[in-house]
Write a protein that binds this ligand. Sequence first.
Ligand code: SF4
Ligand code: SF4
Length: 158
Amino acid sequence: MIGVLKALGVTFGTMLRKPVTIEYPTVHRPVPERDRAFPILLWDYEVDEPFCTGCHACERACPVECMTVTMKDNPKFAEGKSKRRKIVDQFFIDYGRCMRCNICVEVCNFDAIAMNNTWAGHELSTEDRKELVMDLEQLLAQHKTRDPGTRIKPWVPS
Ligand code: SF4
Ligand code: SF4
């Protein structure tokens, strides 16, 4: 009898204890300060075009060669609406190969690329690896849809 009462005491004590787990994915813990997710491209809202000029610096520096970039003449430059003579034409990053090293961000001279260090940058699980190859539209969409208050900022060297 005493044993049963002790067991019930443990049960009720546990019921009243604050849970240490959370209901992921409904609830998210804050992303740690030094967390690193995947790179995305940034949108220049002033000129209404990508910051990326398609210069290939990141593509050449990527240690795992998971980036592909092409450039084209910028039609807005010809119209006098942009200072960018060249602009990105196509951009692919294979998130399935990216090792999240941040090198592409560090070598970019145009502040055109940043790491999406948010839960949205992590929750990309899929059953097909092909879906992890992001094109220009997908890479820009992650910045364009973000509200200005929480918009991802260009990387600043410390
Ligand atoms: S974070 Fe590193 S591995 Fe990933 S695309 Fe950039 S340079 Fe390549
Ligand atoms: S992201 Fe930066 S380094 Fe990479 S191609 Fe665009 S402008 Fe060049």
